[in-house]
Design a binder for this molecule. Structure first.
Ligand code: URA
Length: 240
């Protein structure tokens, strides 16, 4: 495969337009593996490539796979209307390289949100056929009862769904706290299921996706990290 020139490499990493990236390079603002390179036609090897711009180091990544501990009051939509978008939490380069949330959490839902600029990953991960379990901790307005858990496991009818939707697992974590695991990702699904079962969800946090646990990532609310290969492997549903 033809090697990328340095200006295109910078552009691919979200540092700005090609023209702007050329200017940065010619102004001596870019180091490649620690050495300033001012020729934008240079074609450094992208394998283990470390770029330095404005005293910050950026490892070259063909795609980025990110986990964010989403705080409340951020929207996942592309055109946020009432609250800032989740992309504003990440460095600006990620917006330039078209990083998007994988699925959506409501503005008031907190917890694990995946983000990426890899369209096939986003598509595969959001596909209903894939059955990736999503684990939520839901705080309920009314106390959690055995009957509520039984109802959520058996399936509840939501008014615009053709068939009842069931939790694949559900258990009590506290008097007003429920762990609910869903394999679908319908609009407001947890909140609507709890409402249909006669309770009310007053707070919602996603704690895991597949085998990837938010706790294991040790991210404070608003913090993010890149996912490594081992963490990515946890997102693939188990066979069988
Ligand atoms: N279910 C909801 O109701 N809201 C979310 O944000 C995620 C799942």
């Amino acid at each position: 495969m033809a090697k990328l020139t340095l200006d295109r490499i910078l552009q691919s990493q979200g540092f700005g337009s090609r023209k702007y990236c050329r200017e940065l390079i010619e102004d001596g603002e870019v180091a490649v593996n620690g050495e300033v390179v001012d020729n934008y036609r240079a074609t450094p090897d992208t394998d283990k490539l470390m770029l330095t711009l404005f005293d910050e180091q950026w490892e070259y990544r063909e795609h980025v796979y990110i986990a964010l501990n989403k705080p409340p009051n951020f929207e996942c939509s592309r055109k946020p209307s009432h609250h800032p978008g989740v992309l504003t939490i990440l460095p600006e380069q990620f917006t330039w390289r078209d990083v998007q949330p994988v699925g959506r959490l409501d503005h008031d839902t907190t917890g694990l949100l995946l983000m990426s600029d890899d369209g096939s990953f986003i598509h595969a991960q959001s596909s209903p056929k894939r059955h990736v379990p999503k684990v939520y901790a839901a705080t309920t307005a009314e106390p959690v009862t055995e009957a509520l858990i039984a109802q959520l496991k058996a399936g509840v009818q939501l008014h615009d769904e053709p068939a009842p939707l069931a939790a694949s697992r559900c258990s009590q974590l506290g008097e007003h706290l429920l762990e609910i695991v869903l394999e679908q990702g319908k609009y407001h699904q947890v909140k609507r299921m709890l409402a249909a079962a006669g309770n009310h969800c007053s707070a919602l946090r996603r704690t895991a996706i597949g085998g990837l646990q938010l706790n294991a990532l040790a991210l404070e609310e608003g913090e993010w990290c890149y996912l490594d290969a081992a963490q990515m492997a946890l997102l693939v549903p188990e066979q069988g």
